[in-house]
Unconditional design. Structure first.
Length: 227
């Protein structure tokens, strides 16, 4: 059974979506509102990379596709959560060298699997190398790779107004493509990335350094690798 289409549906779509959000987040700041936007961005990167854990959730629109993310990430270990593509949800665990996926039959059918094969995979945890065809998805469970993608500067940065996002006081850094909201008190953690328009969306970060655990699913099935 070939699952190449699922790899394209997910890995390729996420690569595009992350690039789009990265542009939106081409800025950053924190209680450093008096500093230059680039200095604030650098401070935010440092703060993000020091995180031991974080929760990321939001919606990304890309090329007419809607992606909903709800992920818990643990530094040096991996992550877990749910990803929904146009209403079709699957569970994801990234741990070490492997990514694990669990989805209902409808997801596998959408990926091009025959109905009988899709039913056989229904609700089962599938294991695949994190560096293989699902590498772009596996990167979503790597806290450092995620923020490396999202906090890339694009275009001219400007410091925006202070406001409140997700219950936190924040300072905005803006570019022509979007806004990054950074905590104005304490460490300059990124609080939210936002981009308007048909290919816009938002990602909100919270539960900084909470205690979470990520474990490998049991009774897994190895996903066939496409040639």
């Amino acid at each position: 059974m070939s699952l190449r289409l699922l790899a394209c549906l997910t890995a390729g779509l996420f690569a595009v979506a992350l690039a789009g959000c990265g542009s939106s987040s081409s800025s950053s700041t924190s209680g450093l509102a008096s500093e230059s936007p680039q200095t604030i961005l650098n401070s935010t990167r440092t703060a993000a990379n020091s995180l031991k854990s974080v929760h990321a959730a939001g919606t990304i629109n890309s090329g007419g596709q809607r992606i909903d993310l709800d992920l818990d990430l643990l530094d040096g270990v991996g992550g877990r959560g749910q990803i929904t593509l146009n209403g079709l949800a699957f569970q994801l665990v990234g741990l070490g060298k492997y990514a694990y996926l669990k989805a209902p039959a409808q997801v596998w059918e959408k990926a091009g699997a025959p109905a009988t094969a899709a039913q056989a995979l229904d609700g089962k945890w599938l294991r695949t190398p994190a560096s293989g065809q699902f590498a772009s998805i596996a990167q979503l469970t790597d806290i450092h790779q995620l923020f490396t993608q999202l906090l890339k500067p694009h275009g001219k940065l400007k410091t925006g107004a202070s406001s409140t996002v997700a219950g936190q006081k924040v300072v905005a850094i803006t570019s022509s493509e979007g806004t990054l909201y950074v905590a104005a008190k304490g460490k300059p953690y990124p609080v939210q990335l936002a981009k308007t328009g048909s290919d816009g969306g938002h990602l909100t970060f919270d539960h900084f350094n909470d205690s979470i655990s990520v474990t490998a699913p049991t009774n897994t099935v190895d996903l066939p690798q496409s040639g």
